[in-house]
Design a protein around this ligand. Sequence first.
Ligand SMILES: [Zn+2]
Length: 272
Amino acid sequence: MSPLAPALTINTTFTNAVVRAVPARRIQREDIPVARRSSPPPRPSRGGGFGLFLACLLVCGGSVAAVLFGPELLARLNQESPTTISGLEISGLEQRPDADGRLLGHFPYAEVISAQLMVIEPGIELHQDAGIAFDSMRQAAAADGVDLRLLSGYRSHQLQESIFFDVASARNQTAQERALVSAPPGYSEHSTGFALDLGDGDSPETNLSEDFEQTRAFRWLQDHAARYHFILSFPEGNPQGVSYEPWHWRFEGSADALRLFESARRLALRPS
Ligand SMILES: [Zn+2]
């Protein structure tokens, strides 16, 4: 990933936020004709000709300015948007992000660009750096008689949105309650392609449950995952306040991954 890539992908998030705001704006626009109809018709004046000329000048001038400066304005907006992600709000959520950018404990994450994804299992993709490391780790585990299973990898913001809101509503959870066990869209490590959920093929009943810590796979991971640059994202009592997830690991073995998880790592290292 080039140094510019995170900023570009963050722009995608920002663009989504803008797109989401469109319906509201559209409603306002539809209101305009109603307002016009209710206002009295303009009185004819003697300066009508000059007024028309002035209006023409404004419209033509505006169009020329838009053509000349439009792309530049857009580029400036895009450059400024990385700072906007810290204030990114999620529609349907009352909560606002904290000063450090976290929303309900979760840090904001950009979505990996699809060219950097690789398919690991049918329907499961990872960032290629994490994918290659995971493949080596899984082989090493297999050599030790441990059946490491990949349960989940990359998730798009869109999928995370449905996981967050649909599951919350199905389980009658508030956003706050849901955030303890799932990140709001735009705030999941899974969207980076560097995070994965692991299970033990010999104990599938422990999948995505705290009981996973009782499995051989978990004990093997504790002893060997660091060698493959995987760390447990949400250990017990983590400072982010996210519930303990022994199955959720993230890759920190590349400059891009390190940069992405810098805030989370700093918070974890801060003495309490
Ligand atoms: Zn996970």
